[in-house]
Design a protein around this ligand. Structure first.
Ligand code: SAH
Ligand code: SF4
Ligand code: F3S
Length: 493
């Protein structure tokens, strides 16, 4: 499909938009075409839009995961190419844009709260533009609600067309109506978009877009579209450039990075191959996120075991320790297979740090099934975990499942799990007391500006006293005290 055709079929600009894109429906999303992805290297900002932002300020607030963070870096690049200047004061902005997340209900509630604040602001500054983009914009019910209840919003666009920001802004300036441009189908891969990264030390690099896993609780395959991998040469070139610019760390990004390359029709090239190439680039640290246990193959384990600039930390979301729940979640592995993979990784990469994501209170999760999550947690002995209470997402299969577990029970489970997470995190951190670790210094600590902060290869946060000249460098720090979420230390070199 070329750009023009796609726009005609999916751009929605009038109020009768219901037939242009559906609510996230599993059937529709799963039947998405196998149409091959086109790669575009010819992105330019049309001349007619240049200077659009001269003398104007933009405010961009980002919710959600690294994918959104990086999309915001692209949008910042476009804003700046148009002449806008960034402000972190919403009340001072000519354009305020919220890059939203739909992963759980409370993520959406936060955004609606902020949209409410913007309403008051717009009353005092009627000329300002308010925009909503990101994953929530891909949900029909959200677009409906904004159109009906929040007329102060001037533009809504989704995750597939952020490269059209200049056009959308232009439409919003020209139109009295709310401009809504949401593509229900994912687009092609657009390379060479302008990017203004946040900081000069660590960089996010997308290696793929979308997700085809369709875990039954998850909205992402609907909001981000089907899996599309960037070509290896484009990724490698981007990482080389970042190394040349002095970046110390890159994190390769995707919702399910282990599926990298599976969509290539002409080459056989997966995440293991990509990591093996990227590790030869002269950059100090390479990470990747997020891994799906199902696609984590032996080749990748072998490559990671080579160490060097490949960091000894893997985020490996398990979601549940119960095979029955995993089946209902459609995670496509069971407890035993997950534990086998963990064993394999631990054997190949001694002292590897493992972190995970866990959902408690999946529909009808029994006490026994929850206990299995606790026992798996102990068995793996994770360094840290991000834990969530299950939140039903409209249109996903799990949202239609019967759930007789009261919220009070779910909250107690979360608390018990968090207690275990904290207990083991502290235990693991204690092992570092007295050790010397390498820390990539990122800046001063958020809590105390007299203290420097950075991360170890295992992604442990370290706070220590040292000279500010060490910011941006990798220094050796002796750990003096372990805490649950961080380590304290003293610089030794
Ligand atoms: N692609 C990544 C994670 C995406 S979302 C992966 O597969 O691991 C990040 C985490 O949010 C998930 O790992 C999961 O633990 C959690 N999550 C996703 N959907 C959720 C829901 N409906 N309710 C609660 N937690 C959810
Ligand atoms: Fe969601 Fe599963 Fe895809 Fe992760 S792998 S983004 S949890 S559907
Ligand atoms: Fe949220 Fe979208 Fe990321 S739903 S977690 S911002 S992919």
């Amino acid at each position: 499909m070329n750009e023009q055709q796609r726009k005609q079929s999916t751009v929605i600009k009038d109020k009768d938009y219901s037939h242009y894109f559906g609510a996230p429906s599993l059937k529709e999303a799963k039947s998405r075409g196998k149409a091959s992805v086109e790669y575009h290297h010819d992105f330019i900002i049309p001349d007619e839009f240049r200077g659009m932002g001269e003398g104007k300020k933009f405010y961009l607030r980002t919710y959600g995961c690294q994918m959104n963070t990086h999309d915001s870096e692209v949008m910042t690049g476009i804003f700046m190419a148009l002449g806008y200047v960034e402000t972190d004061d919403m009340t001072d902005a000519d354009v305020a844009l919220l890059n939203t997340c739909a992963i759980r209900e409370n993520a959406e509630n936060k955004v609606f709260g902020e949209i409410g604040h913007l309403k008051a602001l717009k009353r005092t500054r009627p000329d300002m533009l308010i925009g909503i983009c990101g994953c929530m914009s891909q949900e029909e019910s959200v677009v409906n609600k904004i159109m009906q209840k929040h007329p102060q919003v001037d533009m809504i666009f989704g995750t597939h067309n952020i490269h059209r920001l200049a056009n959308i802004l232009n439409d919003a300036y020209m139109s009295k109506e709310m401009v809504v441009e949401v593509w229900s189908k994912e687009g092609d891969v657009i390379e060479n978009l302008p990017k203004v990264r946040n900081g000069k030390i660590k960089a996010w690099v997308n290696i793929m877009y979308g997700c085809d896993k369709f875990c039954t609780y998850c909205i992402v395959p609907y909001t981000r579209g089907k899996e599309r991998s960037r070509r290896p040469e484009d990724i490698i070139q981007e990482v080389r450039l970042l190394a040349a610019e002095g970046y110390k760390e890159v994190t390769l990004l995707g919702q399910n990075v282990n599926a990298y390359g599976k969509d290539f029709e002409d080459i056989n090239f997966g995440l293991g191959d990509l990591m093996d190439e990227i590790r030869t680039i002269d950059i100090s640290r390479i990470r990747f996120t997020t891994s799906h246990p199902r696609d984590f193959d032996d080749q990748l384990v072998e490559v990671l075991a080579k160490g060097g600039n490949l960091m000894d930390h893997i985020h490996l979301p398990v979601q549940s320790g119960s095979s029955e729940i995993l089946k209902k979640m459609s995670r496509k592995y069971n407890r035993e297979q997950y534990l086998e993979l963990v064993e394999k990784i631990k054997k190949a990469i001694p002292n590897v740090a493992l972190t995970t994501d866990i959902i408690v209170g999946f529909p009808n999760e029994s006490d026994e099934q929850f206990e299995e999550t606790l026992s798996l947690y102990r068995e793996v002995s994770y360094d840290l975990a991000y834990t969530f209470i299950y939140s039903p997402r409209e249109g996903t299969p799990a949202a239609a499942m019967e759930d007789n577990i009261p919220m009070t029970v779910k909250k107690v489970r979360l608390q018990r799990l968090n207690n275990l997470v904290n207990e083991i995190a502290l235990e693991k951190n204690k092992a570092f007391e007295g050790q010397v670790v390498e820390v990539l210094v990122e800046g001063t600590s958020q809590k105390n500006h007299a203290v420097l902060a950075g991360y170890t290869s295992k992604q442990k946060l370290v706070n220590f006293n040292g000279p500010t000249e060490s910011i941006g460098k990798i220094v050796k720090v002796k750990i003096t005290k372990a805490k649950t979420w961080s380590l304290d230390g003293e610089i030794v070199e």
